[in-house]
Design a protein around this ligand. Structure first.
Ligand code: BG6
Length: 369
């Protein structure tokens, strides 16, 4: 049940620290190495993999886009992510050395199922990332890594998304471990950083009142744009999708570097633009570029909503609204940066009088192509 919350969506947003912790539980050994024996693809086959292809729909597709960054960075294997509904129609190049990762909360999405059937017919190995025990997608896959988000009732996905991300990082790390592309210490470092995420998500949830307030002031707007770079780009797409699903608003996500190639023409006086700012530490080149992007859109009159990590002072002069998130490594930032966007969309939808658990025209799992 809703456990005292006004909607399942609010409850599921609040459940995220536990969902993430449960998805990590039992998968990390005392030494910090990963124990994913449940992934029943033998290590020698994983060592032979020469390409990874991720297929999914909707929110799960956004998790898959982030998986590409993690898998390529950690394993140095080429990885592509494709919408499941597009995948088989372009006759993709697949063989016994391709690992296909199919991500689905419900395990019943027909587009994703048809994509994995096609992949298996071509001889590829399929690993499902799924939240529903015994559903069709894991049954038809070679292996499954379950997310432990618990039942997700609200149509718009929140806690399942965060756990899909965790599962994607685990797959990337496990491939790195089995294939020897990453040393034990590096894997242990990321694993330790992942173990801190539940606490950090909890911290974000505790600071959401200004985000809710801001959302209410934007309830009469027509359009909101979201921009990000690197793993912040799929986060921007997810923020926009949430707003479409829940608030029935025109919302779009863009890669920040692409703005100047077209979308910046949309920016005019007062247009709300949400910017997901990468950490200034580590790959600071990403950070510097996005600071210029914020300046550009603000110079054209945008009302900027800046999501930036604690201590990032460089963005302060350009932020009409500043949302702070904890400092985490760039690759893991989607786990904390998505949370304010979920709260924002939920509150804005409520302010517009929408029913957030059952948005119009949508179904929790879509079993037609
Ligand atoms: C959609 C749901 O139709 O299916 C989305 O409304 C979801 O919320 C998408 O992201 C994919 O679903 P699943 O179950 O395959 O993750």
């Amino acid at each position: 049940e809703k456990g005292g919350y006004a909607s399942f969506m609010l409850k599921e947003i609040a459940d995220q620290p536990k969902a993430v912790a449960d998805t990590l539980l039992g998968r990390i050994g005392a030494s910090g190495a990963l124990h994913l024996d449940e992934v029943r693809i033998p290590p020698h086959e994983l060592r032979e993999v020469d390409k990874v292809v991720v297929v999914a729909c909707g929110t799960a597709f956004h998790a898959g886009m982030i998986a590409k960054y993690a898998i390529e960075h950690i394993t140095r294997l080429p990885c592509e992510t494709e919408l499941a509904s597009e995948f088989r129609y372009r006759d993709p190049i697949l063989d016994g050395r391709t690992l296909v990762v199919a991500i689905s909360q419900s395990g019943e999405t027909m587009d994703t199922l048809m994509a994995l059937r096609h992949a298996r017919e071509q001889g590829a190995r399929v690993l499902a990332i799924c939240n529903t025990n015994g559903s069709t997608i894991p049954r038809e896959s070679d292996a499954v890594l379950y997310t432990h988000a618990g039942p997700e009732v609200a149509v718009a996905s929140t806690k399942a998304f965060l756990t899909q991300l965790v599962a994607c990082y685990l797959v990337a790390l496990y491939l790195g471990q089995v294939r020897g592309t990453k040393w034990g210490d590096e894997i242990r470092t990321v694993v330790r950083q992942l173990s801190d995420i539940p606490r950090q998500v909890e911290a974000v949830l505790g600071t959401m009142e200004p985000v809710r307030k801001l959302a209410r002031t934007l309830a009469d707007r027509d359009t909101v744009l979201f921009v990000g770079r690197h793993v912040g780009y799929p986060v921007a797409l997810e923020g926009a999708l949430k707003l479409k699903e829940l608030a029935y608003m025109h919302a779009e996500g863009f890669a920040a570097g692409e703005l100047k190639h077209g979308p910046i023409a949309l920016v005019d006086e007062g247009l709300p633009v949400v910017v997901i700012v990468p950490s200034p530490r580590g790959r600071s080149v990403l950070h510097d570029k996005i600071v210029s992007n914020i300046q550009e859109i603000r110079a054209r009159g945008a009302r900027t909503v800046v999501i930036a990590e604690d201590g990032d002072e460089a963005v302060v002069p350009y932020a009409d609204h500043l949302v702070r998130i904890p400092a985490v490594p760039t690759l893991l930032q989607p786990l904390v940066a998505t949370v304010p966007l979920q709260v924002f969309a939920c509150e804005l939808a409520t302010a517009r009088g929408n029913e957030v658990d059952q948005p119009r025209n949508l179904a929790k799992s879509v079993t037609v192509e």
